[in-house]
Design a protein around this ligand. Structure first.
Ligand SMILES: Cc1ncc(COP(=O)(O)O)c(C=O)c1O
Length: 456
């Protein structure tokens, strides 16, 4: 069917009606966004038939790749059978997925579902605070502060934004919620030259301990952290860091919450990012890869000792007084279950580990380029920090960063960047392709980046 002549094109509708996130619209009129019409595997295709290798898996979420009929069929079947149910009731895919997540974690515990990473973190904050009020331990109700780390993103809702350690995401939206405190994360590339990576990791853990002591341990509810900072610039800690962090949290009665929204479900070459260090948190949040982005789905998983503090008598208000209309949606959870089956059946965690190691080696070969300061990552969570001067590590400026991304796009590859994060350090290119990516596709990504960097 052809559209009548006066029907506006999608690009016109986009320009006049749609407000995109993280986008300066003034420049869109001159360089409109490509109209994407199809996705398959690691590729997106626009209306002109141009193909782009999506080296960001959307927003680090399309782990099983685009165009999987299995998920479409699961969604259609579930929608026909039971399209919605209030989360105060129960249905098979929700109960099964909660059990599956706990089995994967090897936990006795409970899973609370919501629809986004931000909501999963908000639930975690409230659970942590209410836990302390009801657990009958030192501090009790006075423990409300949440410590998190500079550089890390935890979401756009006011609490999750307050926990986020990225100043550029907060300018103009303050005041932030009170009770959120930030500490520095390990950042080996820019650590003090006299410290070994291990010493740097210990020093950062020390900063946590000092902060807890200065704030008063009886006021601190939880530490929220990504095992590996993702959107903040792909910062993996030295091996000494996480075990020390766990010990400090235990010593001061502070709950440890891992935000595995990006690093969970296989991205880093382990099913969960924290498995690299075998350190157990009290609470984990996850989203993105839980449904491979096919439908909104997020979860906050807690260990049984946390859940126990919420048991009581009817009407005594000890239960978790929190609800998400779309939390544990039957269609999302059915798709989530099928998605996890595919991740397992196709060995995608192992693929992320193997192909990720290959990608790290290939990207490492670009290190001779004068702008490539550091190449790092785990599995298929990869970062390339670009500098204008290797000796001083002066970050590459905005204009050059944008030009590189644009040349990668010209070469048919969509890369990410830690844009609008912390002032002066938005100089990290990010790669997080679908976990189905092949070595040939990695070669394509690395070739595009080499082209974009050009000869210097
Ligand atoms: C580590 C991390 N946590 C939380 C969030 C928030 O997730 P959402 O955008 O689904 O609310 C994100 C989003 O990118 C994230 O990267």
């Amino acid at each position: 069917m052809t559209a009548p002549l006066d029907t506006p094109s999608i690009s016109e509708l986009d320009l006049r009606a749609l407000w995109h996130p993280l986008t300066q619209h003034k420049s869109l009129a001159d360089s409109p966004l490509p109209l994407i019409v199809k996705g398959e595997g690691c590729y997106l295709e626009d209306a002109q038939g141009n193909r782009y290798l999506d080296a960001m898996a959307g927003l680090w979420c399309v782990n099983i790749g685009y165009g999987r009929r299995e998920l479409a069929e699961t969604a259609a079947a579930q929608m026909t059978e039971l399209a919605y149910l209030a989360p105060t009731m129960t249905h098979a895919p929700g109960a099964r997925l909660a059990d599956r997540i706990l089995t994967l974690l090897d936990w006795r515990g409970r899973v609370y579902f919501s629809s986004s990473g931000s909501e999963a973190n908000e639930a975690a904050f409230k659970i942590a605070r209410q836990y302390h009020m009801q657990a009958g331990k030192a501090g009790g109700a006075s423990r409300y502060k949440i410590i998190s780390r500079h550089r890390a993103y935890h979401g756009n809702t006011l609490g999750a934004m307050s926990a986020t350690g990225q100043a550029e995401r907060k300018i103009g939206y303050g005041p932030m919620a009170p009770g959120f405190i930030h500490i520095p994360p390990p950042y080996p590339y820019r650590a003090h030259a006299k410290l070994s990576p291990a010493e740097h990791g210990i020093a950062c853990a020390q900063a946590l301990e000092e902060t807890i002591r200065y704030e008063g341990p009886e006021t601190v509810a939880a530490l929220l952290m990504e095992p590996i900072i993702s959107g903040g610039g792909v910062l993996a800690p030295p091996d000494e860091y996480l075990p020390r962090v766990r010990a400090i949290c235990d010593e001061y009665g502070v709950l440890l919450i891992f935000d595995e929204v990006v690093s969970g479900l296989g991205r880093t070459g382990e099913l969960f990012g924290h498995w690299h260090w075998r350190v157990q948190p009290d609470i984990i949040t996850m989203a993105k890869g839980l449904s491979s982005g096919y439908l909104p789905l997020a979860a906050t998983a807690v260990q049984e000792h946390i859940f126990d503090a919420f048991l009581g008598e009817a009407g005594d208000l000890r239960h978790f007084r929190h609800i998400n209309t779309f939390g544990g949606h039957p269609v999302s959870t059915a798709v989530g279950l099928r998605n996890l089956e595919i991740v397992e059946q196709e060995g995608l965690v192992e693929n992320a580990r193997r192909v990720g190691a290959y990608a790290l080696t290939k990207l490492g070969a670009l290190s001779a380029h004068p702008w490539v300061g550091d190449v790092r990552g785990r599995g298929l969570l990869l970062g390339v920090e670009l500098v204008a001067d290797k000796a001083t590590k002066a970050p590459l400026g905005d204009a050059d960063m944008l030009a590189i991304l644009s040349r990668c796009k010209q070469a048919g590859v969509l890369l990410g960047r830690n844009g609008n994060t912390v002032p002066g350090l938005c100089n990290i290119l990010i790669m997080a392709p679908p976990l189905v990516v092949t070595e040939t596709e990695i070669d394509h990504i690395v070739a595009a980046l080499a082209f974009a960097l050009g000869e210097r």
